[in-house]
Design a protein around this ligand. Structure first.
Ligand SMILES: Cc1cc2nc3c(=O)[nH]c(=O)nc-3n(C[C@H](O)[C@H](O)[C@H](O)COP(=O)(O)OP(=O)(O)OC[C@H]3O[C@@H](n4cnc5c(N)ncnc54)[C@H](O)[C@@H]3O)c2cc1C
Length: 443
């Protein structure tokens, strides 16, 4: 929670705001070239009460809701409940630090004394079993009951694992929490070959980090890598870079079975190929945690439905982060979880604030390259896109810009991504084809 007159910066990759003295973004790990000065928002609203705010989940959304409440209310009780044993941590670093991770302290959002200073109580290692919306009570797995005046539902998501035969075998993992990283590090000590299932950005980060520990193959069901963010050319170029660093990959991979008796020995495809593996990581997207919300009578679509104040259909209950969708949108990214959390907290505290949905951009640093992809890169089949492309096979740089009705709507940078800031601004304002041609591309 930024306090006093510190100089702040904002990371344009993940949206994190932190002290300008810090050289590496504590959330996504990029350097200073991706920081912009940040003035901070002055919070004028105040309403000190004796209410109890219960926050379910201590991820990005939960902790930013807690911060937003305390910034507006000095006297209320704030209780965060989570089944995790650690204080809130920077989840995006789990893949980025997979090969170097030593201890949870390295990735905590706040140190323990911060919670004391702001009088925020953590109930960790507690599973929430039920929300009783009649008696305004949360029931935990040890049957403990905690009463609330306002409740923030921020239970995040789980990794999605497709129903493939053998996916419960020993040595088959996902990366969603710190314990997963500890398990994978232990398994990787004896692993010679790993298969990562899923060629999205998290799959690629995982593969790159694991390749420092053992041999790695990526299997992607779609016919290209990072299919949601890249066009075919960019995906092909990325594939070449991946092969160059010694990581094998297949696209269009139809997996039939995870082989092995009790323990995994490989991954079989429908064309008869079998990739030997003593470690398999699924990286196939997320499933929002909506079960408790549904039982409590909250409206569910793909996730818990909220309006742009993060209000659910039940008064006094707000939802935010990976478990929530606003106007049908759930991107499942860090910056969105933070913004939704802030909005939920501010509104629960009594202020009236609104969440703006904006298309996320992502970066990838690994495979001895860097990549930025933002907006719509020609993905809607019925749209008539204009495109601008620059490609230099000698230095490995690639730039592609997509336009609809003369407005920039999507961009991809591979190699040199330093102009990402300019490109993000261009995407925000929807700058014209000629502007990009004369001022941005190959500049
Ligand atoms: C490995 C990895 C890398 C990522 N990298 C990036 C990235 O580079 N950039 C980016 O923008 N996004 C990234 N993301 C996505 C980003 O981390 C999430 O969007 C964000 O963390 C979501 O925050 P949240 O608070 O909504 O949910 P979560 O962080 O999932 O928090 C929910 C919490 O609720 C707890 N919980 C759930 N059910 C219960 C229960 N019944 N009882 C008690 N507690 C419960 C969970 O254990 C968890 O601690 C990454 C995600 C992962 C997993």
């Amino acid at each position: 929670m930024p306090k006093g007159k510190r100089k702040l910066v904002k990371c344009i990759v993940c949206g994190e705001i932190f002290d300008s003295e810090i050289d590496i973004c504590p959330v996504c790990g990029v350097g200073r070239e991706y920081f912009i000065p940040y003035d901070g928002e002055e919070i004028l609203y105040r309403k000190d009460t004796q209410e109890t705010f219960i926050i379910l989940g201590n991820g990005a959304a939960g902790i930013s809701a807690a911060e937003a409440i305390r910034e507006r209310n000095d006297t209320c009780r704030i209780i965060i409940i989570s089944k995790e044993v650690e204080l809130s941590y920077n989840r995006p670093l789990l893949t980025k630090k997979l090969s170097t991770f030593h201890s949870s302290e390295e990735i905590l959002i706040h140190q323990p004394d911060w919670y004391e200073e702001y009088q925020i109580t953590n109930c960790l290692n507690r599973e929430i079993k039920r929300i009783d919306t009649v008696n305004n009570t949360v029931i935990l797995s040890n049957d403990e009951e905690i009463k609330y005046d306002k409740c923030i539902y921020a239970l995040g998501a789980e990794s999605f694992v497709p129903a493939i035969k053998g996916c419960g075998k020993k040595g088959v993992k996902v990366i969603r929490n710190l314990q997963d990283v500890k398990d994978i590090r232990a398994l990787s000590k004896n692993a010679k070959q790993a298969v990562v299932i899923g060629g999205g950005v998290l799959g690629l980060e995982t593969a790159w980090e694991l390749s420092k520990l053992c041999k790695v193959t990526i299997l992607e069901a779609a016919d290209q890598l990072m299919v949601r963010q890249l066009d075919e050319t960019a995906s092909g170029l990325l594939g070449n870079l991946i092969a160059k660093v010694g990581i094998d990959y297949r696209v269009g991979a139809a997996i039939t079975e995870i082989t092995g008796a009790e323990k995994v020995t490989g991954v079989a495809l429908n064309n008869g190929e079998v990739f030997a593996a003593d470690l398999v990581i699924f990286s196939c997207g997320i499933t929002p945690n909506t079960g408790l919300a549904k039982e409590a009578g909250l409206q569910i679509g793909k996730a818990v439905e909220v309006n742009d104040k993060m209000e659910t259909n039940i008064e006094g209950i707000y939802a935010c982060g990976d478990c929530a969708e606003c106007k049908g949108v759930n991107y499942g990214v860090w910056a969105q979880a933070i913004e939704m959390g802030k909005t939920a907290g501010a509104n629960a505290a009594g202020e009236e604030t609104y969440y703006d949905i904006y298309p996320p951009a992502l970066t990838f640093h690994g495979m001895k390259t860097a990549l930025f992809a933002g907006g719509d890169n020609g993905k809607l089949p019925d749209k008539d896109y204009q495109a601008l492309e620059y490609r230099n096979d000698l230095d490995g740089n690639y730039e592609k810009f997509y336009f609809l009705e003369n407005k920039l709507v999507g961009a991809i940078l591979i190699g040199d991504t330093r102009k990402m800031n300019k490109v993000s601004e261009g995407l925000n304002v929807g700058c014209s084809y000629n502007y990009v041609k004369n001022n941005i591309i190959h500049d």
